[in-house]
Write a protein that binds this ligand. Structure first.
Ligand code: SF4
Ligand code: SF4
Length: 178
């Protein structure tokens, strides 16, 4: 399999393979890049803050109940195609183990038995609130959550850009000296 050529329309297995290949080849050097390390730390903190806010709003309870009693419905098959190789590489740098196969044919490739397997998620996944939630949760609480999620997404964007810059620079350098 060609690990150099992927696009957003590539199959998810190929994107995962690309991200794992990049991780194996370059993670040692990437984690010596101070901006990347700082962004990873800030992203972990921001994700924790968003998750805490979700708990405080009551969304986590609603989703747990929905998944248990109604099978959930928001993480359908095909949503994994929104993910590109860079976002998967970020997940590997956050110590996520990417799945090798789909757990449930009706669901997103990244939905495991206990929920989403990813830490760094696409803006669509971060921002999604179904009607069940918007009908039950106070809009002020949802705004507070949006603020936290906004911080998470801003840091994710900056990390993504830094990663592309750093990795592409490294690849050009290695081609020049080979
Ligand atoms: S977001 Fe909505 S549909 Fe998805 S698990 Fe939560 S309550 Fe259920
Ligand atoms: S939250 Fe996770 S499991 Fe759900 S659609 Fe997004 S990536 Fe897939």
């Amino acid at each position: 399999m060609d690990t150099d050529e992927i696009s957003l329309s590539s199959p998810i297995e190929k994107k995962i393979h690309w991200a794992e290949h990049r991780y194996e080849s370059f993670s040692g050097r990437l984690i010596q890049d101070k901006p990347i390390v700082d962004y990873l730390t800030r992203l972990e903190d921001a994700m924790q803050a968003s998750h805490k806010e979700m708990g405080e709003t009551g969304i986590l309870d609603i989703c747990t109940d929905c998944e248990k009693n109604e099978g959930g419905s928001c993480c359908g098959a095909g949503l994994e195609n929104k993910y590109d190789g860079w976002l998967l590489l970020i997940n590997l740098l956050l110590d996520v183990r990417l799945p090798k196969k789909r757990h449930d044919k009706e669901s997103c490739f990244f939905l495991g038995e206990g929920g989403c397997l990813l830490k760094a998620r696409h803006v669509i996944c971060v921002n999604y609130l179904c009607k069940k939630i918007t009908d039950q949760i106070d809009p002020h609480k949802l705004n507070a959550l949006r603020e936290k999620e906004g911080i998470e997404l801003d840091i994710l964007f900056l990390l993504n850009e830094r990663l592309k810059y750093s990795l592409n620079e490294r690849i050009v350098y290695e081609k020049c000296i080979s």
